[in-house]
Write a protein that binds this ligand. Structure first.
Ligand code: ADP
Ligand code: MG
Length: 671
């Protein structure tokens, strides 16, 4: 008997049903045992004042009116009575359960599981509860053809056959004692069959700790190994030359930029390998910091490469780096290049004639050979997978790595979540920037917006208009970019030059359009979200986002960050008639803050960590039960203890930690 045994060893499972369970990634008995309910119906009594509309909850109260059953139609009926909770009278209805009338006794206390209708201040009852604590009900993730009951039965069958006994402890006794954690076997059992809510919470805490602890331990081990590597490059840059270069920049670095740069330079100079994340809000000036690091590498005779997710961005970086560092030789490498210029570029890169290479995924293609590649930068790092970053790194002899991201996450969280990286933060915008004024308007108000826009245009403003989709979709009622452009052209006529930009255009076309907008020949750029990341046109001061509620907060923040890049007052107009509460919330939050860190926190709360970090991509594991936001306190503690353990260089030889060693592989998901 083994936890890897196929589910088919359990009674009632044939090949057909095994197939169904496979859809839930349940193949072995172990998979089943570690497939925990994702929650329990929370049968804790609530005050109705705390309930959201439509929320299901357990409501305790005293019956104040007798039950009355009203029949209508064939077999349909409604049982009604009122209960009193504190000073509140709540009306309760049960549909088609007339026999419940027996349980309703005026003056007696009653516990009802039901759904709260806020507008009517009434409860639609689903169940009259007897003993509250005995009614804990698990809620499992399901698949077609598998019910909650099926799952409960099957888990029970596995336990009855003795499989639970095969679950071995994977945490050291010291930690179990220190944090008063349940033993693993008990916890696994209690996750499925808790005797009460209290026990379930203890089990949950244990499993969460286990997941987060191993996550942190693996990160800490990686980090320690990176630090141990003395075969990293020691880039002996020339401080004087770099300083001289900084003096020639058209602006002075902000304090935050200076600090980040010196952290990066210290890493580069040291013989250990740099693995650093540079976080900065949109417009905080990360590019120039990366540029200076690359310049430093150049003074040590080394090449640098910067990889970005889109061609537009590659070209823009190419332009701005060329302007900032006129004495460097900079090459552009993108997928859309013609054969001849590409050959020339490749030759110049391989020979070492080129100092900085700016490009898209084309940088990691076969046939691209670098010369003394010392520093590798990725911009908008969340757009790249771990794999792609590694490929770029492997193009050199263990070059230093700098990853930039404009998706801010709170520093503490960044340090914990990306434990194997060092983190630098630029939390300050260049001086003289005015905060962007953000307004949320409904579609009906668009005419007013257009009138206002007209005035802004006569003052020389340039405007972005963002539409979420390029083609008419029958399903989604979105205005498409093409139609939007036509509408705007009809409205403004000769009074404004309007261009259209979308992802399906050829690269040359896109370039020409961006160029026209940058040079001020175009007044309004209608665009899909292709301009979302990184595009920099300081003279553009107005951003109108159509159907803004279709976007997530991070994306809205990125889009809005395209304006407010110069000295002029900038505006963001969100046009939306949101149908959901969360849509409305997002619109409100956007008008209340321009702080990327606050928005990131809100976004994390609303969407969960997986989506933000792009779980698989970023290298964050998928947890069974833990959540790095909600369980932040446990995560912190896990990080602390993991780094304490690893701080002892000899830890892998200590008897008390032997139990950890088999689970250090990332692929070992603790099952
Ligand atoms: P992001 O961090 O969003 O990538 P960029 O690097 O594109 O920001 O910088 C935004 C703009 O601010 C650019 O036009 C850049 O030249 C300018 N900039 C960067 N640093 C400073 C500074 N210290 N003072 C003034 N302007 C700056
Ligand atoms: Mg940028």
């Amino acid at each position: 008997m083994h936890l890897d045994d196929n589910l088919a060893v359990l009674p009632g499972i044939g090949p057909k049903s095994a197939e169904k369970y496979k859809k839930l990634n349940l193949v072995t008995v172990g998979d089943l045992l570690f497939h925990y309910p994702f929650r329990y119906e929370d049968f804790e009594s609530k005050s109705v004042l705390d309930l959201q509309d439509g929320e299901k909850a357990l409501v305790l109260g005293q019956v104040v009116t007798p039950a009355q059953v009203q029949y209508y139609g064939f077999k349909r009926n409604r049982l009604r009575f009122s209960i009193k909770q504190g000073e509140l009278i709540i009306s309760v209805s049960f549909f088609n359960q007339p026999y419940l009338a027996d349980k309703v006794e005026v003056g007696a206390d009653i516990a009802i599981w039901g759904k709260w209708d806020k507008a009517k201040a009434s409860l639609v009852g689903m169940k009259v509860m007897g003993q509250v604590t005995e009614d804990l009900q698990p809620v499992y993730h399901l698949a077609q053809g598998i019910s909650q009951t099926n799952l409960v039965k099957l888990v029970k069958a596995a336990v009855d056959k003795g499989y639970l006994e095969l679950v071995t402890e994977n945490l050291p006794q010291i930690l179990l004692d220190r944090y008063q954690l349940m033993k693993r076997k008990e916890a696994v059992f209690a996750m499925h069959f808790p005797k009460d809510l209290q026990e379930y919470r203890q089990a949950l805490r244990r499993i969460k700790f286990e997941e987060l602890f191993y996550f942190q331990l693996r990160l800490q081990v990686l980090k320690a190994e990176n630090k141990k590597q003395t075969n990293g490059l020691a880039i002996a840059y020339q401080a004087e030359a770099l300083k001289e270069m900084m003096g020639r920049l058209p602006f002075e670095l902000t304090q935050a930029q200076e600090t980040a740069l010196s952290e990066i330079l210290a890493d580069m100079q040291s013989g250990s390998h740099m693995n650093r994340l540079l976080q900065g809000d949109v417009g905080s000036g990360k590019t120039v910091v990366a540029g200076l690091a690359m310049y430093a590498a150049h003074t040590a005779g080394m090449q640098s490469a910067i990889m970005v997710p889109t061609e537009i961005l590659a070209e823009q970086h190419y332009d701005s780096l060329s302007q900032l560092f006129p004495d460097l030789s900079i090459a552009l490498l993108t997928g859309g290049m013609r054969a001849a210029p590409r050959r020339t570029a490749l030759a110049a890169i391989a020979s070492g004639q080129v100092d900085i290479i700016v490009g898209t995924h084309a940088l990691i293609q076969e046939g691209v050979t670098y010369h003394q590649l010392g520093l590798v930068v990725t911009d908008e790092q969340h757009r790249f997978g771990v794999h792609q970053r590694r490929q770029l790194r492997e193009k050199g002899e263990n070059p230093d790595v700098l990853m930039m991201t404009a998706t801010p996450i709170p520093r503490t969280l960044a340090i914990t979540a990306f434990g194997e990286m060092d983190v630098s933060i630029i939390n300050q915008l260049p001086a003289g920037r005015k905060p962007i004024i953000t307004r949320w308007v409904k579609h009906e108000q668009v005419p007013v917006v257009l009138e206002w826009l007209e005035k802004e245009l006569t003052k020389g403003a340039q405007v972005y208009f963002i539409s979420p989709l390029i083609e008419e979709s029958e399903v989604l009622d979105l205005k498409n970019a093409v139609a939007l452009k036509e509408d705007l052209s009809a409205y403004f006529g000769e009074r404004a030059k309007i261009a259209l930009l979308h992802g399906k255009m050829k690269n040359e076309e896109k370039d020409a359009i961006m160029q026209d907008f940058k040079s001020g020949q175009t007044d309004i750029l209608v665009s899909t979200t292709v301009i979302e990341v990184g595009v920099n046109v300081p003279n553009a001061t107005v951003m109108v986002i159509m159907d803004a509620d279709r976007f997530g907060l991070s994306q809205l923040h990125q889009l809005r960050g395209r304006v407010g890049r110069g000295h002029k007052q900038s505006y963001a107009i969100l046009v939306a008639n949101p149908k959901t509460e969360s849509g409305k919330d997002r619109m409100k939050i956007m008008t209340e803050t321009t702080d990327g860190f606050i928005l990131a926190e809100e976004d994390l709360k609303m969407r969960g960590a997986g989506e933000i970090f792009g779980t698989r991509q970023s290298g964050l594991p998928e947890f069974h039960v833990a959540n790095i936001i909600e369980d932040y306190a446990i995560l912190e503690e896990a990080r602390r203890v993991a780094s304490q353990i690893v701080a002892d260089k000899d830890w892998q030889n200590q008897p008390q930690w032997q139990i950890l060693l088999p689970h250090l592989q990332r692929s070992d998901n603790l099952d």
